[in-house]
Ligand binder design. Structure first.
Ligand SMILES: NC(=O)c1ccc[n+]([C@@H]2O[C@H](COP(=O)([O-])OP(=O)(O)OC[C@H]3O[C@@H](n4cnc5c(N)ncnc54)[C@H](OP(=O)(O)O)[C@@H]3O)[C@@H](O)[C@H]2O)c1
Length: 498
């Protein structure tokens, strides 16, 4: 009783609850588990859907996951946390996730809160695979949730871009030219090429199959969730942590990092984006705090069906533009260059596609071919062409988000914030009013250097020497290039005149 009295409203809501999380092995899911374990100490159990992957069984995957630095803090603060994690072996692509009967019964009888994060986040996955994971699996979870007598809330994680076919995205459901039933039926009976042909006109309104299938999953929830306490959480581009469990945590190169990191390493240098458009980025710890609060809010607000609570969790209007994002990272790179860089880091942006493509061919692919030719002659592995192709594919996938800007309504997120007690606002901070973006971007760079590229200050002196060397090589090449251009013009001019 005494312990209860010291808990905040959100902590009390989670006390004694059994939570089912899908996607808990992903970037956002891991941070969610870490925060729940650390800040909601009275949670009873976290059931974590997990599959075998790359010859690793679920148990060894979990052991590896908890060895990562992300969980260092929770290990110290909640030493017995592993007892609360119960793996549920399952795969979204299998009918009813392939759950054993006993796991199925455990989930039905025990679970009171669901966070459905698992998704196929590959932007250009074929429509059939994307639908099976992003739509059909949501239908399976919903079916399971309908049997749970203790269910208090079910949060489905969508994306802020699910409705990017409209310019002003409100926190409500939208209608689509195809419904979930037809799409699910297509995936059952047709092959991927036939489906693609059948609905290519519809899909073309979205930049990729990922956002399209996320939209159709929302359609499914509107029509099928009935009386369930469902909420939809739509984050923008989720990047490194601002504060928790420590500053700058990240673990993958999705989003803008897939373009920036190759440039910081001197591999690529041209971008296609509108410098004035907002980079809709949100820190992962703020995202997870809002996600945790949304479950509490959905339970309290009791909104159902078409009136379901939807949260657009996006960066505020004073968030950084793409230009500020890219150039802040390049500025910090001057002081903390990367040890593995292969050339002087450069960044040039284009707003028009044709000059950008010309520069990509001349400035990325042509040098890649030359370097690969040299590598082949020296009996070394030619990998630059492949690398540039990969970055180019990634760049094409992300360009719609760097060359368009959306307005988002965030009334529900703001109302949720105002409903939090002062203690909860401290414990689960997700307000980005007055957020220090410059500090965040500096920490973001340091995080990518440390956690993605495994570079700490021990290699800094060598990196700085390398950086200076690359600088002079680049200046020398620039002079040679300028001289060669003038010389060619001079020769052509003398030939014409004589
Ligand atoms: N990250 C962002 O910027 C962002 C932005 C907006 C919305 N979101 C949404 O947030 C959620 C989490 O994103 P994330 O960045 O954490 O993604 P992520 O790192 O790619 O994680 C995806 C998760 O889904 C699981 N999953 C995928 N296919 C599965 C399958 N067949 N069976 C079982 N599990 C499967 C993965 O499990 P394995 O580990 O076994 O592969 C992983 O746990 C997604 O719903 C995404 O749409 C993310």
């Amino acid at each position: 009783m005494e312990i209860e009295a010291r808990r905040t409203p959100i902590q009390s809501f989670y006390a004694g609850q059994s939570i089912f999380i899908t996607g808990g092995t992903g970037f956002v899911g891991k941070v969610l588990i870490e925060k729940l374990l650390r800040s909601c100490p009275d949670i009873s159990t976290i059931y974590l859907l997990i599959r075998s992957k790359k010859d690793k069984c679920p148990k060894s995957r979990l052991d590896e996951m908890f060895k990562t630095p992300l969980f260092d803090r929770v290990k110290k603060e909640v030493p017995n946390f592993r007892k609360k994690i119960v793996p549920i072996i399952g795969n979204l692509v299998i009918e009813d996730f392939g759950l054993s009967e006993s796991d199925n019964n455990t989930l039905i009888n025990q679970v009171s809160i669901i966070f459905h994060l698992a998704a196929n986040v590959r932007f250009n996955e074929n429509i059939k695979s994307s639908t099976i994971i992003n739509v059909n699996a949501t239908a399976t979870i919903l079916k399971l949730a309908k049997h749970m007598p203790n269910l208090k809330s079910f949060i489905h994680v969508s994306t802020a871009y699910a409705n990017c076919h409209v310019e002003h995205i409100e926190e409500r459901f939208y209608s689509y030219p195809i419904n979930h039933k037809d799409l699910i039926m297509f995936t059952r009976y047709l092959n991927k090429n036939v489906i693609e042909k059948k609905i290519s006109r519809i899909i073309s309104r979205w930049p990729n199959t990922y956002t399209f299938t996320k939209a159709i999953a929302e359609d499914l929830l509107r029509d099928e969730s009935g009386d369930l306490p469902v909420g939809i959480f739509r984050p923008a581009i989720v990047l490194s942590s601002a504060n928790e469990p420590f500053v700058g945590w990240m673990e993958n190169m999705f989003g803008p990092l897939g373009l920036i990191v190759p440039s910081l390493l001197g591999i690529t240098r041209f971008y296609h984006y509108n410098p004035d458009f907002r980079a809709d980025i949100v820190p992962v710890d703020f995202t997870v705090n809002a996600l945790i609060a949304s479950s509490w809010e959905v339970f309290n607000q009791f909104r159902r069906g078409k009136d379901t609570l939807i949260y657009n969790f996006v960066s505020p209007v004073d968030g950084p533009t793409w230009h500020k994002y890219a150039y802040t990272l390049f500025d910090i790179n001057k002081m903390y260059p990367l040890h593995d860089a292969i050339y002087f880091p450069l960044a040039f942006y284009f707003q028009r596609k044709i000059p950008y493509r010309i520069c990509v061919w001349l400035g990325h692919f042509l040098p890649a071919l030359l370097i690969d030719a040299i590598n082949i002659c020296m009996n070394r592995n030619p990998r630059m062409w492949k690398l540039c192709k990969k970055v180019d594919k990634f760049s094409n996938a992300i360009q719609p988000f760097c060359n368009n800007e959306w307005n988002f309504s965030t009334d529900n997120v703001q109302a949720m914030w105002s409903h939090l007690s002062e203690d909860d606002q401290q414990l689960f901070n997700f307000s980005m009013v007055g957020f220090d973006w410059t500090k965040y971007l500096i920490d973001h760079y340091m995080g990518l250097r440390l956690y993605l590229l495994n570079e700490d200050d021990s290699s800094l002196q060598i990196s700085r020497i390398k950086y200076r060397r690359f600088y002079w090589i680049h200046q020398t090449l620039k002079i040679i290039f300028t001289f060669a251009v003038f010389w060619t013009v001079w020769i052509v001019f003398t030939i014409i005149c004589t």
